[in-house]
Design a protein around this ligand. Structure first.
Ligand code: BJW
Length: 234
């Protein structure tokens, strides 16, 4: 039985129409990261941060999963049907819901989810599809203490125990559409090097020596379906 862990980044959703973070058309070209993506930025100006994520949340309704998301969901389905003797875990750094909408079930959102809020008062994490503002009451405790349920810089990513276990048990680690600059995700490839093969699917080569055994360059909507089809044909 093959155990595959796939780590996805913003690049897998780029062809669905969502901006990546870095790069020429990156989401952060018009924002200072520290104003938006840190607990300090939210404390300084919660309205600005709420508006930033309200815009992203509204934009999610206009996009659809692409062929790369669908290919990964197809691989998971093939395992359930017995057409593929393996197990696939998706660890995503993305805050969108495109893996789930493509039909994937085993998805770990290590950086949180755009379609959830978190109450810093009572700890509730309600599903949320509309706007949120600093005076929006928590649906559970009614206090105005909601924030985006997103992991900002300096905060501990979610589900690290499960992630560590899945990485330790995998025999193939695949990263798709991620620049490899944000830790701890950027270190996963090194953590599996002694027991798993490693592959990177990315639009462009990263600078410097690669920690991956194999790198496949090109748009994820082409390269990822080609890879899953080859796996299923074995
Ligand atoms: C395509 C494509 C196509 C495009 N097809 N490919 C100094 C050294 C080392 C670490 C640190 C340090 N100082 C601070 C740290 C820690 C810090 C960190 O890593 N900082 C670095 C910037 C230096 N990390 C943290 O603070 C994390 N917490 C933490 O470390 O806690 C302590 C801890 C200790 C021990 C164990 C565990 C934890 C938290 C990080 C939170 C990140 N949150 C964000 C924002 C959430 C969403 C939002 O606000 O909107 O998550 S940051 C942002 O970057 C987002 C992403 O998930 C993350 C990664 O970005 P990603 O996905 O790689 O996107 P891009 O844009 O960078 O790259 C896209 C790639 O796709 C490119 O390569 C393209 O070529 C490619 N591509 N189109 C295929 N069609």
């Amino acid at each position: 039985m093959q155990r595959i862990v796939v780590l996805t980044g913003a690049g897998i959703s780029q062809e669905s129409g969502l901006q990546t973070f870095r790069g020429p058309d990156g989401l952060w070209n018009n924002e200072h990261i520290e104003d938006i993506c840190t607990p300090e930025g939210f404390r300084r100006d919660p309205l600005r941060v709420d508006r930033f994520y309200n815009n992203l949340r509204a934009g999610l309704t206009a996009v659809q999963p692409n062929a790369a998301h669908l290919a990964l969901a197809g691989l998971e389905q093939a395992a359930r049907d017995g057409r593929w003797q393996g197990h696939l875990t998706i660890i995503t750094q993305n805050i969108d819901d495109l893996h789930e909408r493509a039909g994937s079930h085993d998805v770990i959102h290590m950086h949180g989810e755009l379609l959830r809020l978190r109450c810093t008062g009572c700890g509730a994490t309600p599903a949320w599809h509309g706007d949120c503002f600093p005076d929006t009451p928590c649906p559970v405790c009614h206090a105005p203490t909601l924030r985006p349920d997103i992991v900002w810089f300096g905060e501990m990513p979610y589900h690290m125990d499960t992630i560590t276990q899945r990485l330790a048990a995998c025999d193939l680690f695949v990263a798709i559409g991620t620049s490899g600059v944000v830790y701890p995700a950027a270190g996963f490839v090194d953590s599996v090097a002694d027991h798993a093969d490693t592959m990177l699917f990315n639009l462009e080569a990263r600078s410097g020596p690669s920690p991956f055994d194999q790198t496949i360059l090109g748009p994820a909507t082409h390269t990822v379906p080609a890879w899953t089809q080859a796996l299923l044909a074995q």
